[in-house]
Design a protein around this ligand. Structure first.
Ligand code: BGC
Length: 778
């Protein structure tokens, strides 16, 4: 019998579906991880149809990354798996230059034995004799490179640093291979952007596969694409520029430990490269780009208004000779007007099914007109409103942002139109300048300040502090509750209202509901709820976002799905929804109620150490991917927890680094994906970011959490902090942040109610939301 909260309360080690094997790390999920990985890998270059490779043809594989496979990023985004398949592990049966691969495999094994972690193994020297042997064996070389990054630290972009750029040892290996071979395929196993300019420039590099970090079976998926078992259909979710300095966010990224100024304003990613004079030529591979083993034509394209949207219709035909999938991308172009606009903004997309050669599919994409609106933060048209300025709006369709061509359609607005009136919220205090559409900067009349935001460590739970157990455990009988006291199940089963139930709780009990609860079973990120006396379950949380994360020593292995950036590059919402559902099946099977995923911050800079957990530089793509993930997760009765709200774009000093940006950039770029997801997919919970935004901590930010999230967008779920913020709980609750994780501050918070600082009605409101979340869980 499956009673409510059965798994949450008792964590039975039973298969989710009676009579079947456990789904956790089962064959079906591992196959899905492999399928998804292959769908999101991006073919950046393929001259002379070098790919697909014939496994029977001799091949020389260079680089330690063939054996040193990085399945995903580190920190809370890591996943404990029974194994992970490297490329070399998947090339069994291929005609490889055996001594060459044996050299790399042996070296990596030795490094692992010495405790070096995957992805952190240095590139070993390539011996000339071995190179000559490989050259004599094969005409085609495959060069492998990998990158690791983790929560808590940013990446680097210094010459020869082995991160954004190649290390000296990698450069040495690559240049030897390029000198010896004129048919070279490069495979990049990375969670974030890397320098690809050398790949594009070299005549010897014939093909480049951006394989990302593909989860447990990433190596298998690489092999699937390399040999043509899968026709590549991934498209970039970020712009790959010719070097690090080409990104406007690079300037000033690490200047201050205390803050980052978002000078480029709304001109993030392709919005910069496609708009700002002189920037276009700095692009190596544009946003949305990706090759296929076949070719496509877009036919009979048309656009017409349809309610609040522009409806784009077309046919996609496979004009090549193998089956494949195409991604149709729609970009809007708004008039420059008074505010200035990006030259292109993604307003819709769709991916076809697999089309056989000659086959065509009708595609219909509705692009909400609201996607063309701008947020006016100066009052040029209407202050603090989403506006459509008077003028001509064009629609461009294509297979990437560069290739998109205008349709024979124009939406002409005679007058400026206010789409939605909002309020001024989260206004910047210390932002000195921001970029305009012509590349010049507009000075903003504000003080420059390098002051850290104060916080009081003496009252805060320390990082890693374990929540105390519930003091109200009495009254429970061995065979379950037998007394007449109200139990939450009475609300769940309609015998009592939630308000009557809340009336039965003391203020202390309500405050208890607002803090993290001790781990049970295999959980390691704590729970919430936990009033056994009143039948409130202790609902465990778990990370996210690449799969259910259980600490290695517990011995429960799960499925590592591909990193979020790879998933975004699939541009396939149905597939991402399936991944979300599969991950949530594992979460549920293991008795956990809240999955701390998806993570959906914007890729502002290639250096953010957590970019692998995030989707894209574009908010529409990020918002759609997160929505698909949330739908999949919540279809299992598990709560998704979208994070980190908002502007978590740097890891250094992440708990106290102020993100300084205009209201316009905040609304159009950094909040837009969250807005789309909240409105479309109704996530049951959301995690605030560590960082302050314009001088106010995200978790203590009333404008953000109450003004924008709840009042404007209608979010009706629970807001939790990230783990061990520097915010004080009474201010967090007052701002609309319901739960403090990993630990609450019950005594401190009670004192703030008693001294009149915190309104008890706000405590009750947050407690109510926590209980509502419990009621939503299966
Ligand atoms: C991370 C969150 C994560 C939490 C729990 C924090 O350090 O920022 O993304 O969900 O830990 O592990």
């Amino acid at each position: 019998m499956n009673s409510k909260w059965q798994r949450i309360n008792h964590m039975p080690p039973l298969p989710l579906y009676p009579g079947e094997p456990r789904v956790t790390a089962g064959a079906a999920h591992i196959a899905l991880a492999r399928e998804a990985a292959a769908e999101g890998m991006v073919l950046l270059k393929n001259e002379e149809r070098t790919l697909p490779l014939d496994p029977a043809a001799p091949l020389a594989v260079f680089g330690k990354a063939q054996a040193d496979y990085v399945k995903g990023g580190g920190g809370s985004g890591d996943v404990t798996t029974a194994y992970s398949r490297s490329l070399l592990g998947a090339l069994e049966g291929w005609n490889l230059c055996a001594p060459l691969s044996a050299y790399y495999a042996g070296y990596v094994k030795e490094q692992y034995a010495q405790g070096v972690a995957p992805g952190l193994v240095a590139e070993p020297p390539l011996d000339d004799a071995l190179l000559a042997q490989a050259r004599a064996y094969a005409d085609t070389a495959l060069v492998t490179l990998c990158r690791y990054s983790s929560e808590g630290a940013d990446r680097t972009a210094l010459p020869h640093d082995g991160d954004f750029y190649l290390s000296e040892a990698e450069e040495a290996m690559v240049s030897k291979v390029l000198a010896a071979f004129d048919r070279v395929v490069v495979v990049l196993n990375t969670g974030g952007m890397m320098d690809t300019s050398w790949c594009r420039a070299s005549d010897s590099v014939k093909a480049v596969l951006l394989a990302w970090q593909g989860g447990i079976e990433g190596g298998g998926a690489m092999a699937d694409v390399l040999c043509g078992r899968v026709c590549p259909s991934g498209r970039l979710s970020d712009t790959f520029a010719e070097n690090f300095d080409a990104y406007p966010s690079s300037e000033g990224f690490g200047d201050s430990i205390h803050y980052v100024e978002y000078h480029e304003d709304i001109f993030v990613g392709y919005r910069y490269f496609e708009t700002i004079p002189g920037a276009a030529q700095k692009v190596c591979y544009p946003f949305g780009f990706g090759l296929s083993y076949t070719t496509f034509a877009m036919e009979d394209m048309a656009c017409a208004p349809a309610g609040d949207a522009l409806r784009v219709t077309l046919f996609v035909r496979n004009t090549g000779d193998v089956a494949g999938r195409q991604v149709v991308q729609i970009y809007g172009e708004a008039p420059q007007g008074k505010l200035g606009k990006p030259a292109r903004v993604l307003i819709g997309f769709a991916k076809t099914r697999t089309l056989a050669p000659g086959e065509r599919e009708a595609v219909i994409i509705d692009c909400p007109v609201r996607g063309l609106a701008s947020f006016d933060d100066t009052g040029a048209v209407c202050r603090s409103a989403w506006v459509l300025e008077a003028g001509d709006y064009h629609v461009h369709v294509g297979e990437n942002v560069r290739d998109a061509r205008p349709l024979d359609f124009c939406l002409h607005l005679e007058e400026d139109r206010v789409v939605e009136r909002c309020a001024s919220r989260c206004a910047p205090q210390h932002l000195t300048r921001r970029m305009r559409a012509d590349g010049s900067y507009e000075a903003l009349p504000m003080d420059r300040s390098d002051e850290p935001l104060p916080y009081d460590p003496s009252v805060l739970p320390f990082d890693g502090q374990t929540p105390e157990d519930c003091p109200w455990t009495g009254g429970l009988h061995m065979w379950g509750a037998k007394d007449e006291l109200p139990m939450l199940i009475d609300v769940a089963e309609g015998r009592m209202t939630l308000d009557a139930f809340l009336d039965s709780l003391t203020l202390e009990q309500q405050i208890h509901l607002l803090g993290g609860q001790p781990n049970r079973g295999i959980a390691n990120t704590f729970g919430f709820g936990n009033l056994p006396r009143a039948g409130v379950p202790n609902v465990m949380t778990a990370d996210g976002p690449a799969g259910l994360r259980i600490q290695p020593h517990l011995g429960v292995c799960t499925t590592a799905f591909p990193c979020a950036t790879l998933l975004a590059c699939t541009w396939d919402e149905a597939l991402v929804e399936r991944v979300g559902r599969a991950a949530a099946e594992e979460v549920r099977e293991n008795g956990i109620g809240v999955w701390l995923a998806p993570a959906m911050n914007i890729h502002r800079s290639p250096l953010c150490g957590r970019n692998f957990e995030y989707y894209s530089e574009d908010p529409l793509l990020a918002g759609h991917m997160a929505s698909a993930m949330v739908r999949g997760v919540q279809s299992m009765g598990v709560a998704a927890c979208i994070k980190h709200f908002a502007c978590n774009n740097r890891e250094e000093n992440r708990r106290n680094c102020d993100s300084r940006l205009s209201e316009r950039a905040l609304r159009e770029i950094y909040l837009r994906g969250f807005e789309l997801c909240v409105k479309a997919a109704h996530p049951w919970s959301l995690m605030t970011a560590y960082n302050p935004i314009n001088g106010v901590r995200a978790s203590e930010n009333t404008d953000l959490l109450t003004g924008i999230l709840r009042e404007e967008w209608g979010f009706d779920g629970v807001v939790t902090t990230d783990w061990y913020t520097y915010g004080e709980q009474h201010r967090e609750v007052a701002a609309g942040n319901d739960i403090k994780m990993g630990c609450g501050m019950p005594a401190h918070t009670l004192a703030r109610v008693q001294d009149g600082t915190l309104d008890p009605a706000l405590v009750r409101q947050s407690a109510r939301r926590v209980l509502e979340l419990c009621l939503r869980l299966a």
